[in-house]
Design a protein around this ligand. Structure first.
Ligand SMILES: [Zn+2]
Length: 573
């Protein structure tokens, strides 16, 4: 999730879409350090692994403040004499203990949100350090979540507190001391959140217990395995709940929950009815739901949505669509496979999350209604491809360097172009190979079953290697153009008598042997395009259509002209 709202706005104005990437007016100040998520990290931080987080939070909706205590158990790959963590400087730190011993004031500092704790001695490589940080204050507020991040202090229509957090863009350090990069993923999180009477806290993982305090407040204890740092998230409200059990084709039983606002039961039941068929689609096409031993969870939020692992944020207002399913729910749920089970270690490779995540909606349309629905949905995405920057830069990048056009990122192309690259690849190597590749990158093995895999990190390089392994052929030429170049390949057509010659023109100087289908008076021939060239005999007067099934992502001058015209005529269709 991130720039997906552009799809909704696109029907009124394509030109308006990039404005969403800007920091919205009215957003509270935030330091550059806190705003960064991922990117190149200091070596001593990159060598840390978060084994366990015990995070206790008391939420005060009236004051819009939090009181927290985080106990982090960290493994060190390098010798360290100081601990580098990330925590927004909006909080006051009242105490720090290391391995149970309180540190003297002055042993830590938090300039701009880079929390540096001087350790009492050097910890050798391969050791474990446990740090407890007590903190509190007013967390950063999101004014247009999820396009900016922080706490959303909202109210239900009846006036009850309705609270959510998002942190995909700026990172986990907005409200807890953490390692704010993808590999900062904790192995285990115990989250204990105390809220006023009558409110429910929904979070990832399994609900261990609830405890009512003497003053009527309730503490909700959730335990979760291996969430992305930005998936340590809260949804709080006076929720009602729907629940059921999904009998997986893999033999396990998956608990399903939908937390919704009271008075929306009928709409919530409609969405809940989509859960089982959507699970069946993903489990059949991709593989086992990765978190079946915890839950499948969706929670209604005041913001549009986010892929919080096993507690997906949903704020699409139960909108109905011609495709017959809720794209927002389906998109966020796809991230359980592409984002939460498979996580890109570097934000530069996040097209693996968003490209695959986006492609799952047309594939679900195809699953439900066939090729015509698929084609219509793919065409929607095709119109939004911008080709301003390559999807993959080959560098270690921060979240915003990827998602924001203004920072040179591919922006929404990681969604729409990513989906079209996958579409083109599927047509090139065939469904069997494509889904074998997909399973291997998602699970790290070809034969996933519940219990034989765990959340993993992947990369574009690994993906390309898997395509090679599965197909037995080298497709680097394909990825060099589609992922590592901004411009699309262009098919040049020339006629010489009865011969139609086709030649690929690409932004890189190497052959591009991407086969092309040509229909001549209704008879379709697949030209192998060896060396990037091909030709076919076309009798005089014959009717010719190139790539009649739109299997290939390639330059379209008509589309470029239409995009330019729309940009010059804002508000026109
Ligand atoms: Zn997404």
């Amino acid at each position: 999730m991130r720039l997906r709202l552009t799809l909704l706005l696109a029907s009124t104005s394509l030109a308006a879409a990039p404005a969403l990437a800007q920091v919205p007016p009215g957003e509270p100040p935030i330091t550059a350090q806190t705003k960064i998520s991922g990117g190149v990290r200091p070596p001593e931080q990159a060598g840390l692994r978060l084994e366990h987080v015990d995070l206790t939070l008391a939420i005060d909706p009236a004051k819009q403040s939090i009181q927290g205590s985080a106990t982090l158990t960290l493994a060190t790959a390098n010798p360290i004499d100081r601990l580098l963590l990330d925590l927004a400087d909006t909080f006051t730190i009242s105490g720090v203990t290391i391995d149970g011993k309180p540190l003297a004031q002055g042993s830590w500092s938090n300039p701009d949100g880079r929390l540096t704790i001087r350790l009492p001695h050097t910890y050798p490589a391969g050791s474990t350090v446990t740090a407890r940080i007590d903190y509190g204050g007013t967390p950063h507020v999101a004014v247009r979540a999820p396009w900016d991040d922080g706490f959303v202090w909202s109210k239900t229509p009846s006036g009850a507190p309705w609270i959510a957090t998002t942190s995909e863009g700026y990172g986990c350090d907005l409200y807890w001391p953490c390692l704010d990069f993808p590999e900062g993923e904790p192995r285990l999180v115990d989250l204990r959140v105390t809220v006023p009477e009558g409110l429910t806290v929904v979070a990832g993982g399994v609900l261990v217990d609830t405890d009512t305090l003497a003053d009527g407040r309730t503490t909700w204890h959730w335990r979760q395995k291996s969430p992305n740092p930005y998936s340590v998230a809260l949804s709080i409200g006076p929720y009602a709940r729907l629940e059921g059990t999904y009998a997986s084709r893999y033999g396990n039983k998956i608990p399903m929950y939908l937390w919704y606002l009271p008075k929306k039961k009928a709409q919530a039941q409609g969405l809940f009815a989509e859960f089982a068929p959507t699970l069946d689609f993903f489990e059949t096409l991709i593989g086992p739901y990765p978190f079946g031993d915890e839950k499948m969870g969706v929670v209604e939020t005041p913001h549009m949505g986010m892929e919080h692992q096993t507690a997906n944020a949903y704020g699409n207002d139960y909108a109905k669509a011609p495709e017959g399913f809720d794209w927002l729910f389906q998109h966020e749920f796809s991230h359980e496979w592409f984002g939460n089970q498979l996580t890109a270690a570097n934000w530069d490779d996040y097209w693996l999350h968003e490209g695959y995540g986006e492609y799952m909606q047309p594939l679900y349309g195809r699953w439900r209604e066939g090729e015509a629905r698929y084609a219509v949905m793919m065409e929607e995405l095709r119109r939004r491809i911008q080709n301003r920057a390559p999807i993959v830069s080959g560098k270690v990048r921060t979240e915003e360097e990827v998602y924001e056009d203004s920072q040179g990122g591919a922006g929404q192309d990681i969604y729409y172009k990513g989906a079209w690259v996958l579409h083109t690849l599927r047509n090139l190597i065939g469904d069997k190979a494509f889904f074998d590749v997909t399973r291997r990158i998602v699970y790290g093995r070809p034969d996933p079953r519940p219990g034989n895999f765990a959340p993993r990190f992947g990369s574009t390089k690994e993906f390309i290697q898997i395509v090679r392994d599965v197909t037995g052929a080298d497709y680097q030429w394909f990825f060099d153009v589609y992922l590592y170049s901004a411009a699309l390949p262009e098919l040049i057509e020339t006629r010489d008598g009865d011969t139609l010659a086709l030649e690929w023109k690409t932004p890189v100087g190497q052959p591009f042997p991407l086969p092309v289908e040509v229909s001549v008076d209704g008879a379709v021939t697949r030209l192998p395009m060896t060396g990037g060239r091909g030709s076919i005999t076309v009798p005089a007067g014959a009717h010719v259509v190139i790539d009649p099934m739109a299997r290939i992502l390639r330059r379209s001058i008509a589309l470029e002209q239409a995009q330019a015209w729309r940009a010059a005529h804002p508000g026109r269709q």
